[in-house]
Design a protein around this ligand. Structure first.
Ligand code: AMP
Length: 185
């Protein structure tokens, strides 16, 4: 058998990652097909492949990353191992009123109402290169809010990463920055 080329190897790994994502109909509300990524982190080889693919993408861009910023809550699962591999800092982007000390906030629109996210004021410095990580992009509102938050502290967003993208919601059209996601629905 001919040696498997890099592209088909990557496609095979992504298919395997996808096979570990569960679709939970009508959770947490009727009509929402919730994508449950927990089986990924419960299987070390699948988790490791996922982090390796995210790292590979960043390495391919050739940009030196200073900070991986993870979105609460499931961005906290993928962000820290990626930051370790990239040998850079991890910074949590939390929902309002969870972080001690001075914080920088950003409010963004939801389908109904708005949400606020924040980081500790000294966590990201002006001109640092930041990659923002979450488990999933749906409408893109959360990721766009995180990008705005990074701009507020004058950091450079050098990429947005998600494990899952719901293509049909066109969330990437709400982003000014490049988005890379592994598994598409
Ligand atoms: P959005 O701001 O619409 O892109 O929503 C993205 C955020 O909401 C991420 O932090 C996801 O974890 C969560 N989310 C939205 N839709 C889903 C879904 N169908 N399955 C799992 N998580 C979701």
């Amino acid at each position: 058998m001919a040696a498997e080329n890099a592209q088909s190897k990557q496609a095979r790994i992504i298919d395997r990652i996808k096979s570990f994502i569960l679709t939970c109909p009508d959770f947490p509300k009727p009509g929402i097909p919730f994508k449950d990524i927990m089986p990924i982190v419960q299987n070390p080889d699948v988790f490791s492949d996922t982090i390796a693919l995210l790292e590979e993408h960043i390495k391919e861009t050739g940009v030196k990353v200073d900070v991986v910023a993870g979105l609460e809550a499931r961005g906290f699962l993928f962000g820290p191992p990626l930051a370790l591999r990239l040998e850079c800092a991890f910074v949590p982007i939390r929902k309002a009123e969870k972080l001690p000390g001075e914080t920088v906030k950003c409010s963004y629109a939801l389908e109904y109402g708005q949400d606020t996210i924040e980081i500790q004021k000294t966590a990201v410095k002006p001109d640092q290169n930041v990659v923002i990580v979450d488990d999933l992009i749906a409408t893109g509102g959360t990721m766009a809010g995180a990008c705005t938050l990074m701009e507020t502290v004058q950091a450079n967003v050098v990429g947005c990463l998600t494990v899952v993208e719901l293509d049909y919601l066109k969330g990437r059209e709400n982003l000014k920055h490049a988005l890379h996601s592994l598994v598409h629905y």
